[in-house]
Write a protein that binds this ligand. Structure first.
Ligand code: FES
Length: 105
């Protein structure tokens, strides 16, 4: 599936990921700068933070309480757009998803 990552400098990196693979893993596998994934997807680091493009937010699965709690503590949290990349997985519905890499990862 195609995922578009908008980087801090405004350029867009378009990469491919397999179904079921998280945005964090896809970013790491494609050397997308700004996504660290320090905790390996265990919902404890917040270094996979992305802002989801407005046209896609309604298609995402809902946040778990743990994801919401962690993001709540982040300075760059934007309620309408913030998600953790380790909690979003590539699938047919999200093919072409566009997210911006958050600045504080
Ligand atoms: Fe640590 Fe997502 S990789 S919270």
């Amino acid at each position: 599936r195609t995922i578009n990552f908008t980087l801090a400098d405004g350029t867009v990196r378009t990469v491919e990921g397999a179904d079921g693979e998280s945005l964090m893993r896809i970013a790491l596998g494609n050397d997308v700068p700004g996504i660290i994934g320090e905790c390996g997807g265990e919902l404890s680091c917040g270094t996979c933070h992305v802002y989801v493009d407005a046209q896609w937010t309604g298609k995402l699965p809902p946040q778990s309480a743990d994801e919401a709690d962690l993001m709540d503590m982040m300075d760059s949290y934007r309620p309408e757009a913030s998600r953790l990349g380790c909690q979003i997985r590539a699938c047919a519905e999200l093919d072409g998803l566009t997210v911006e890499v958050a600045p504080d990862n």
